[in-house]
Ligand binder design. Structure first.
Ligand SMILES: *Cc1c(COP(=O)(O)O)cnc(C)c1O
Length: 395
């Protein structure tokens, strides 16, 4: 099928919930993807921070093929080997004591919100309020919509699940003030992704933890976008010298397979027991085998170091562009989640890049976001900068 045929079929039958670009990608390899007409693109989106090892990484392909031939699904009525192994690996490499598996970021955050309430309910305490941040993004289900501090995402779906309050990111005093005797948890992305790649001030996340501990409130990190190597550490919070009670993962965890996870510390793990929460597909053999291969590869093959090196290189190159183009306001990020704030229509630049063979995305209204695979090379960065420069010349 050609691009046009796929687009016609899609527009005729798929519910129109996405603003899609008029191309259909049919193949990927590393940092490159190809559309149905054979056009090649340099992918600086990684399927929105999902394909951190690039497209069709051999370790992930092999794990999926091997597991699919053995056992695809069995249900959580029984123990599952790759699920147990993945949980062992994630807890070994993090603050966490136990892991719950589901299928997406929103589901992982739903689990976190439920667990926070159950933790206090079990103790007979009336704590059910959750503080989240302005410009945050936590998902599209009802609880996670309620948690999301962006009006444009929430509009039209009222009334929401109650007891969520939004406070400004990077403002410790606002947190102290907003916590009261009914507050159960503070939920925050260590780096805000959809909100515009907003990085935490020095000491912010550590300060949050101190306030939470002092006031008897749980801390939840939503690492759905920034976890699994994206920032150059396995988990983003490792950069900031602190840990949460609960952390959620999804996007990159399965190397492209749908999987979500909630990691919990020893303090809170007992709040869920048999019957508290469940998922039919959660942690199924195929998804967890893919995730196991993904996490092991990220940890074993110098990929985190490459992420840091390439992240620094991209930042430096973007700063050169900033000197040249007055409409670039700032460049920021950590590892390979990088945002460029521009005083020009981001959508036009994204379109221009696509036409020139480069995939990038926006974040918020004024930020161009770079989320390349962590395996990219300096030549890939040079090619990206060359294409981007050509597009910016026309702004
Ligand atoms: C993408 C994202 C989610 C939602 O994940 P889904 O898998 O789309 O449900 C939640 N939180 C953050 C920070 C995200 O980036």
């Amino acid at each position: 099928m050609t691009n046009e045929e796929i687009i016609d079929l899609s527009e005729a039958h798929v519910l129109n919930t996405y603003k899609r670009f008029p191309v259909a990608m049919v193949r990927g390899d590393g940092v490159k993807v190809w559309d149905a007409s054979g056009n090649e693109y340099l992918d600086f989106t990684s399927g929105i921070a999902v394909c951190n090892l690039g497209h069709s990484h051999p370790a992930v392909v092999w794990a999926i093929q091997e597991q699919a031939a053995k056992l695809i699904h069995i249900s959580n009525l029984y123990h599952i080997r790759p699920q147990a192994e993945l949980a062992a690996l994630l807890t070994e490499k993090s603050f966490a004591d136990k892991v719950f598996f589901c299928n997406s970021g929103a589901e992982a955050n739903e689990a976190a919100i439920k667990l926070a309430r159950k933790f206090f309910s079990d103790k007979g305490q009336r704590r059910f309020k959750i503080l989240t941040m302005e410009k945050s993004f936590h998902g599209r289900t009802f609880a996670t919509l309620a948690a999301t501090g962006q009006e444009k995402v929430r509009k039209g779906f009222e009334p929401f699940l109650e007891k969520f309050t939004y406070i400004p990111f990077n403002d410790l005093e606002a947190v102290s003030k907003a916590i009261d005797s009914e507050t159960a948890a503070v939920m925050v992305e260590p780096i805000q992704g959809e909100g515009g790649v907003i990085v935490p001030d020095k000491g912010y996340l550590k300060g949050l933890k101190e306030i939470c501990v002092k006031r008897g409130v749980l801390l939840i990190f939503d690492e759905v976008q920034v976890g699994v190597g994206r920032t150059g550490k396995l988990f983003a919070h490792e950069h900031y010298g602190t840990t949460p009670n609960i952390m959620t993962l999804a996007k990159a965890l399965g190397g492209g397979m749908a999987i979500g996870a909630m990691l919990v510390d020893d303090l809170v793990q007992g709040a869920f027991g048999p019957g508290s929460h469940a998922s039919t597909f959660g942690g199924n053999p195929l998804a967890t085998a893919a995730a196991m291969a993904t996490v092991k590869t990220i940890l074993n093959e110098g990929i985190l170091q490459n992420c840091l090196t390439m992240g620094d290189y991209i930042l430096a190159e973007l700063l050169v562009l900033k000197e040249k183009y007055g409409f670039i306001k700032s460049v920021r990020g950590k590892g390979l989640i990088i945002g460029m704030e521009i005083d020009a229509p981001v959508a036009d630049i994204v379109k221009g890049c696509l036409a020139a063979g480069l995939l990038v995305i926006g974040a918020g209204e004024s930020v161009l976001r770079f989320l390349p695979p962590l395996i990219l090379t300096a030549e890939d960065v040079d090619e990206m900068i060359r294409i981007l420069g050509k597009v910016l010349d026309k702004v």
